[in-house]
Ligand binder design. Sequence first.
Ligand SMILES: Cc1cc2nc3c(=O)[nH]c(=O)nc-3n(C[C@H](O)[C@H](O)[C@H](O)COP(=O)(O)O)c2cc1C
Length: 139
Amino acid sequence: MLIQLTYASRTSRILGPADIKDILSASQRNNTAAGITGALCLNNGIFLQQLEGDRAAVNTLYHRLLKDSRHRDTAVLDFCEIPHRRFTGWSMGLLGSVEANRQLFLKYSSSAAFDPYGMSTATLRSFFAEILENVRWLE
Ligand SMILES: Cc1cc2nc3c(=O)[nH]c(=O)nc-3n(C[C@H](O)[C@H](O)[C@H](O)COP(=O)(O)O)c2cc1C
């Protein structure tokens, strides 16, 4: 069964480009093998990740993520069954806090700072629908 899980977490320390590269390369390698797709955003020291794939595979990954010391305060924000994937081209795309995305983050935040912990499920879903159409991805 195909599901989608969205969670937020806070970086546990300042993460540099090497940390991000390490997260992305492990994600791309493992997610391709596990049939998981999705997107990861990092802004304001907060990660927001949407994972799509088989329910058991996504649960296994989520349990592994909980043990990763690079982040903390992990909270599931949305979990639902989906009829099809959306991030078909991305084993894990990274959306950075580059200037071009700043307005997009602001559009979906009730405060000036990006705060997915406070977003409703509907807002989160609209945010991910829009980033598919309209973002600057980091390579
Ligand atoms: C915010 C965040 C998102 C991550 N996303 C993924 C992911 O989508 N897939 C994945 O396999 N690992 C992800 N990781 C890394 C895992 O926690 C773990 O380090 C990695 O899966 C270990 O892979 P390895 O055993 O192949 O080295 C993420 C880590 C963080 C901090």
